[in-house]
Design a protein. Sequence first.
Lengths: 358, 293
Amino acid sequence: MESGIFHTTYAKDMQLRPTWPQRVRLILLFVLLFAFPFFADAYLLNLANSIALFAIAAIGLNILVGFTGQISIGHAAFVGVGAFTAGILARNLNMPIFVTIPAACLMAGFVGLIFGLPSARLKGLYLAIATLAAQEIVLWVIQRGDTIMSLLTSSRVEIFGESVTINKTELFGINMSANPPFNFYWLIMFFLIVTALFTTNLFRTRFGRALVAIRDQDIAAQVIGVDIRRYKLYAFALSSFIAGLAGALIAHYRGVVSYERFTIDVSIALLSMLIIGGLGSVSGSIYGAIFVVLLPAILSNIGIALRDVIPGIQSIMPFIQNGAFGVAIILFLILEPQGIAKMWRNVKDYFKLWPFRY
Amino acid sequence: MEKFIQLTISGVSEGAVLALVALGFVLIYKSSDVINFAQGELLVVGGYVAFVLIVLLGIPWPIAILLTVAVAAAIGVLIEHLVLRPMIGEPVISVIMITIGLSVLLRAIMGILFGTAPVKLPQFIPNAPVTILGATVAEDRLWAIAIASVLVGALTLFFRQNRDGIAMRAVADDQQAALSMGISVKRIWAVAWAIAAMTAALGGMILASILGGVGGDIATIGLFVFPVVILGGLDSILGAVVGGVIIGLLRAYASGYLPPALAAGDILPFIVLVIILMLRPYGLFGQKIIERV
C-alpha cells in the first residue's frame, strides 16, 4: 500500500497524471472513446454527442462559476449567440466550418464580455439577477431581431427567421451531414478533449491562479496585485468563448438552430451540471453533463418499459424527468455539495486505504 | 385618453399583484439573505390549491380562499424546514441553486398533477365592465388593486404591531442582536416563508381570476418580481410596493403603445433592471450597504 505521492523532480511535480493507476484509467478511457462509435447505434451516439456538447459548455461555465466564483444564470444565451452566429454565417455566406467556429466563439465571447460588465460593480446575488436579465435580453433579440430591424429600416428583414438551417457541413472534404452522429462524434470529442486540457492547464498558469484567487478572497487577491475587474471580465469573456464553441458545434451538428434550445431552462441545466458534477472541477463538469443528460434518457426508457403496467406514464414523463432533475439538484446540494467529483474521490480513497479507515 | 386610462388601470392592477408577491420576496431576503427563485412557482401553487378546493372539492369560495392561504403557509414552512434550513452557512451559489431546484421541482409536481393545459377557475371576483373617466375597464382589475392595497396595508400593520412582525424587522436589521434579545431566528425564517407563500398564493388567485385560469403563464409573470425588487431596493418594503406599481405601469404602457410584435412589455422591465443595477444597485429605497467589488 502506498502512503502518499512523493515527487522527486519538478518535471514529475508538473505532471497532470502522476500515478500509474491514473494513466491506466486514462488509456482505457481513450480506447473506450475510440471504440465506442463502431459499436454504438445512432441513438447512443447522439446521446454521447449531447453529453459532450453539454460538457464543453459546462466546462466553460465552470471557469466562471466554479473557478472565478461569479454566478451566471444566463449561460445558455451565450451558447445561443455562438449557435446563431455559426448558423447565419454558414447559411447566408456559405462559410466553411473553419471560419464559423472561431467567429462564433469570438462573437459569444464579445457578448459575454458586455454582459460581464455588471460584474465589475456587482457580486453574489446582484450578479445572479443581472445575468438572468442578460438571458432574457439576448433571447429577446434573437426572437425579435427581425421585427426590430424591420421597424427601423421600414423594410422586411429576415436574418433570424423562425430558425436557421444549415444544409450541409463539410470538413476536409467529408460531408459531415451525411451521417451526423458518427461524423460529428470525432469533431465534438476532439473539441471536448481540447477544452478539458486547456482548462485543466489554465489553472496552473498565472492567469488561472489569479481567477482562483478572486474566488477565494477578492480583497486578498487585489492586495497581491490582481486587477479584479479586468480578470472578472476575462473570465466572462473566456467562459462565453467556450460557450460559443459549444453553440457552433450544436448548430452544425443539429443543422437547425432555434431559440428553444437556449432558454433559461438550459441555463439552469448547465448550472446544475456544475452543482451535481462538482464546482471547480473539470472532470466534475463532464460527470455532471453525463448525469444531467442520462437521467432523463434513462427515465424515458423506464417509461417506455412500464408503458403497459402504468398507463398514462408517457404523457407525464416530461414532468417526471423535470421533477427528478429538481430533486437531484436539491439532494446534491444538501448531501454532497462538492458533487460527483468528490464522491468519485471518496470511492478511490476507500479502495486505496482498504482495509483501513484512514 | 381612454386607452391611457385603461392601460393605467390594468398596469396598476398587475403592479399591485406584483407588489404583493415582491413583498414576500423581500421578506425572505431581509430575514435570511435568500433570493427566492421559486417565488413565481409559489404563485402557481396558490392558484392550483384554490382550484382543488373550489372546483374539485366544491368548497364555497370565501372559505376556500382562507383554506388556500392556510395550505400555502404550511407549504412555505415545509419548504423552509426541508430545503432551506440545511443550506445555512453555504455559499451564495448553493442557496440560489437550491431555490432554482425547488422551482423546477414545484413546476414538475404541478405538471404531474394538473397537466400543461390551464385549468379553469370560477370568476370569484366580479368582472363586469365599468366606466371610469370615460374609459371602460373590467371590474376585476379594480378589485385586484383594492385587495392588494388592503393586504399590503395589513402586512405593514403586522410589521408595526405584531410581535412576530417586530421580531422579523429585528432579525432583518441585525441577526446577532436579535438572537441575543431572545428572538428565535429559526422561527422568524419559518414565518417569513409562510408569509411569502401566503402573499404569493393570494397573488396567484387574483391573477388566476383576472386571466380566467391557472397555468404556467402565471409563473412567467412571477419572473417580473426581479425587476420590481431591484428597482425598489432588495430590502425595502416600501420599495416593493412602489417598484411593483412602476413595473406594472411600464409593462402596460409598453405593450399598449409600442408595436405588439416587439413584446416590449416583456423585455423593458429587464432592461430597466440592468440599468438600475449599473447605476444604483440598492434601488430606489434600499439600504446603501451593498456588497461592492
